[in-house]
Design a protein around this ligand. Sequence first.
Ligand SMILES: [Zn+2]
Length: 141
Amino acid sequence: MTDSPPPDLNKCLLAKLTDDDARVMLEDTLWPRGPICPHCSTVGAWAINGADTRPGLYKCKSYPCRKQFTITSGTALIGTLVPLNKVINGIRLYIVTDTKITAADMGRVLGTTYRTARLLKRRIKLMKLTESQRARLWSGI
Ligand SMILES: [Zn+2]
């Protein structure tokens, strides 16, 4: 935890994030210098902006990698079906309670089942966010 007091919990959860806002916030936090390919660690990628393409899909600029990835690729969040706005709020709950929140409480606050909250909490723990990354996730409030 940082030395500064954590922001008000209710304020943080009242700040309604769209899934897109949450994705951008997570990208800014985990990729402060631009997208990083999880396959070859190259910094730099093209955003794929097709009509049928889901937002947040990138293609590595490095030849011969050129693989597609998203912010969750290569992280503990890969394959999660939990919307990213709930992931962000889950991370905030995890931080503000100094990792002591129970999965049942997290599920109640986020509006997910106990099982979903338990898996999300495990993924958040595995992310091993740095202090500056934690601070960045607060800054969007
Ligand atoms: Zn690559």
